[in-house]
Design a protein around this ligand. Structure first.
Ligand SMILES: C[S@@+](CC[C@H](N)C(=O)[O-])C[C@H]1O[C@@H](n2cnc3c(N)ncnc32)[C@H](O)[C@@H]1O
Length: 253
């Protein structure tokens, strides 16, 4: 049987980390780029795959119908408890399996979840099946070219003349186990991440009947101070943290 990729064991930590309106990166980098890209309007409906504790539902307008799916029972419970609108629903569901739904969605999102799902190609196919023709699907992932779990890092040139990004591997997909609380060592709960090259995502979208219409690369907006500041601030802008891929479902001929 496939290893459980849910965040059940880290759910309490994740809920606290995300608070009501998301952690720093969600608030400062993800939402300000994702919401305009989605452009949701009255009458639209959003399927949020790997929704966690439902932060996205709380960031969109109340007149948008919303279904959040996640394989972690506790995260779905947290989402339900925070919910105040009757057109918002949450379900425990492994999104690599077909989604039982008659009415199709105008929009679908995988916000920092596809990189935690083992069979991402199956998840994209399942999402595409319940998307309307020309419906929009957005994937938000850690930048697959510059953030490679345990295989990318920063380094400095002599006397902080420059900061470089070091990559030790890229093209081969692999699975990585990450500790939620590194200070607790082997007693820490862990989550699974899956590195894939950019071509994997583009091919999987194509195989799921979706075409790419836009890609955003998003850098951190933080600033450094001190002797390495110039090099760090330059490198931070040059090497984006996140990638957003916007795709649309092809019309059937
Ligand atoms: C980093 S969290 C992101 C949650 C949320 N989208 C957010 O941005 O806060 C990754 C989520 O993917 C969920 N997940 C992992 N594998 C899954 C699967 N096969 N089906 C559904 N959800 C899954 C985890 O349970 C977790 O909630």
């Amino acid at each position: 049987m496939a290893k459980d990729t849910s965040w059940e064991k880290s759910s309490q930590w994740y809920n606290v980390h995300m608070k009501e309106d998301g952690g720093y990166n969600h608030r400062e980098l993800v939402l300000p780029n994702l919401l305009p890209l989605l452009g949701l309007k009255e009458g639209d409906s959003l399927l949020d795959l790997g929704c966690g504790q439902g932060f996205l539902a709380r960031a969109i307008e109340a007149n948008i119908d919303y279904l959040g799916l996640d394989s972690s029972k506790s995260l779905i419970e947290y989402a339900k408890r925070k919910e105040q609108h009757s057109n918002r629903h949450y379900k425990v569901h492994d999104v690599t399996y077909p989604i039982d739904r008659d009415q199709k969605f105008s929009h679908a999102t995988f916000v920092l979840s596809l990189q935690n799902i083992s069979k991402a190609d199956l998840a994209l196919k399942a999402a595409s099946k319940v998307l309307k023709e020309e419906g929009q699907l957005i994937i938000v992932i850690n930048h697959p070219c510059f953030r490679i779990p345990k295989h990318s890092s920063w380094g400095f040139l002599d006397n902080f003349k420059g900061q470089y990004r070091r990559l030790d591997r890229y093209l081969s997909p692999f699975r990585s186990t990450l500790q939620t609380h590194p200070s607790k060592g082997t007693k820490s709960p862990t989550t699974l991440s899956f590195h894939r090259p950019l071509s994997y995502y583009i091919k999987s979208l194509k195989d799921a009947g979706l075409y790419v219409e836009d890609i955003l690369e998003i850098s951190s907006n933080k600033s450094s101070y001190g002797k390495a500041a110039k090099a760090e601030n330059f490198a931070r802008k040059e090497f984006p943290l996140f990638m957003m891929i916007s795709a649309r479902k092809k019309k059937s001929l």
